[in-house]
Design a protein around this ligand. Structure first.
Ligand code: ADP
Length: 488
């Protein structure tokens, strides 16, 4: 009891025992009569009191306009506890400064009040300083980006000069040694150009100076061009290449063709670089449509070295490569995926990676594009008119088993469609159990077609099931199989 009473006594709170002594804001404690029992170091500094000078004084010595010095009722009752007030704090020499203060009841004893106060001028000054530093660093970033953009631009000219001359010389009649040397110079210049272009794009994106240039283009021709860029290197390495494009994608779309090519080039170069056996696939689907805008979903898969789960989140950061040994062995600047991420986001989509060490990687990204006038009709036509081959595997897989019309089977949600889905799924899982992955892929293709009109969540599961089959990942296949089964 005696101890409790003593709590309000100044001696119970000798200066220096509180962990708040070194706090950045002023902290004062006082009792019901207004007598100050504790003041931290910053209070003493700001109010210019000596060490024990403040304790025992009345709180009105610090806030004279706010609290009366009367012993019986010093005014705390009228003061709203727990809310921030703008007060004026007085120094020992009676000069003053504005503060933001909050008074609360102490947790230790309800008879004690704790006042926390911050110097408004100092806070405003700090705020201004932070703003100034922020502006300075933004300015510095801008100057740096402009410098990088200028230097890389200047570097391009000599590199292209060398490249042009080498190309011209390669048309001459040359002995084998000279031709070999020139081809090497040409390759080095091409690599240098790629690095320069990456740095240029990166600095433009960082400086917020990058803008997309959408225009109408032939979608499948663009993909053929991308394929032609990579097919030689892929086949030279003994890898297979497969490309699938959903017939639901119109012939012409409006988007930034160059940037889509750039993203695909980067993903396919990586796939080729990090894969020494197996296959690389490129698939494109239409996953959504809102009025005259469509969402396109691209998947680039490989059966290469894969990426550890722990390294996957580093991939899309700038200058990030999985580890030093990889950059030594395979080269690169670590900028490609960061640029892809920024470009994909500018196009309204997102990029993701699924990968398993030593089994391969799936990089997928979505973008939004505009449908050209007249192409909306193409999207609404039945698939067999758009592409007579598109239902080949579906027809083959049905093989007359289904009693329903083909039209009904194709239409997601109809009885025939659900029956056919169930049949194909059970055949697929049988093939997986027997490790006949090739056949499983066939049934998967039929399932993909049967779910083409399905809601997005069903399509997403079907896509994941397809990827799991391509990766020959038994656990994932069974998990996605279960997930898909739940919709049937
Ligand atoms: P770089 O130009 O160095 O290839 P990227 O940003 O394109 O830069 O890739 C960064 C890193 O991500 C690569 O160095 C590699 O470690 C990893 N990576 C990218 N794609 C693949 C892939 N398909 N398979 C395995 N690792 C990959």
């Amino acid at each position: 009891m005696e101890q409790k009473e003593n709590r309000t006594n100044t001696d119970t709170f000798p200066i220096g025992i509180f962990p708040v002594n070194n706090a950045l804001e002023m902290i004062l404690m006082f009792d019901q009569t207004g007598k100050i029992s504790y003041a931290n170091e910053i209070v003493r500094q700001k109010l210019e009191y000596d060490e024990k000078d403040l304790c025992g004084r009345h709180i009105s010595a610090v806030f004279p306009g706010t609290f009366q010095a009367a012993e019986d009722d010093f005014g705390i009752k009228d003061f709203e506890l727990g809310t921030v007030h703008n007060l004026v704090a007085y120094r020992k020499n009676l000069t003053c400064f504005p503060v933001e203060a909050k008074i609360v009841k102490s947790d230790v004893s309800p008879d004690i009040f704790v006042c926390m106060a911050a110097d408004i001028l100092e806070k405003e000054y700090l705020g201004r300083e932070i703003e100034r530093i922020k502006q300075e660093s933004q300015e510095a970033m801008k100057v740096k980006s402009e410098f990088v953009a200028n230097v890389t631009h200047e570097l391009r000219t000599p590199v292209n000069g060398v490249l042009g001359n080498v190309r011209e010389m390669l048309d001459w009649e040359l002995d084998e040694r000279t031709e070999k040397s020139l081809r090497l110079i040409q390759r080095c210049c091409d690599d240098m150009n790629k690095i320069i272009n990456n740095i240029l794009d990166f600095s433009k994106l960082e400086a917020g100076k990058f803008s997309l240039e959408p225009r109408k283009f032939h979608f499948r021709n663009m993909l053929e061009y991308v394929k032609a860029n990579h097919i030689n290197k892929i086949t030279e390495k003994g890898l297979d290449f497969f490309m699938t494009v959903s017939p639901q994608i119109p012939e012409y779309i409006i988007a930034d063709e160059l940037r889509i090519v750039q993203i695909l080039n980067n993903l396919l170069s990586n796939a080729q670089k990090f894969t020494s056996w197996g296959k690389i696939t490129l698939e494109v689907f239409r996953t959504a449509q809102v009025n005259d805008r469509i969402e396109l979903f691209f998947i680039v898969s490989d059966t290469g070295i894969g990426i550890d789960a722990g390294d996957r989140n580093k991939l899309f950061q700038s200058f990030s490569q999985v580890d030093a040994s990889i950059s030594r062995k395979y080269g690169g600047t670590g900028l490609g995926l960061n640029i892809c991420k920024q470009l994909v986001e500018l196009m309204g989509g997102r990029i993701d990676v699924e990968s398993e060490k030593n089994r391969g990687s799936n990089f997928s990204f979505s973008i939004w594009a505009e449908v050209c006038e007249g192409e909306e009709d193409v999207l609404n036509r039945p698939d067999d008119i758009k592409n007579p081959l598109s239902f080949t595997s579906l027809d083959a897989s049905l093989g007359g088993e289904s009693g329903g019309s083909l039209e009904n089977v194709r239409k997601y949600g109809t009885h025939d469609n659900q029956e056919s889905l169930k049949k194909n799924l059970s055949k697929l899982i049988l093939c997986v159990e027997m490790e006949n992955w090739e056949k499983a892929e066939m049934f998967m293709e039929t399932i993909r077609q049967l779910t083409e009109e399905a809601p997005w969540e069903v399509k997403r599961i079907a896509l994941r099931l397809k990827m799991a089959i391509q990766k020959e990942n038994y656990e994932k296949v069974t998990a996605e199989f279960e997930a898909l089964n739940q919709f049937l």
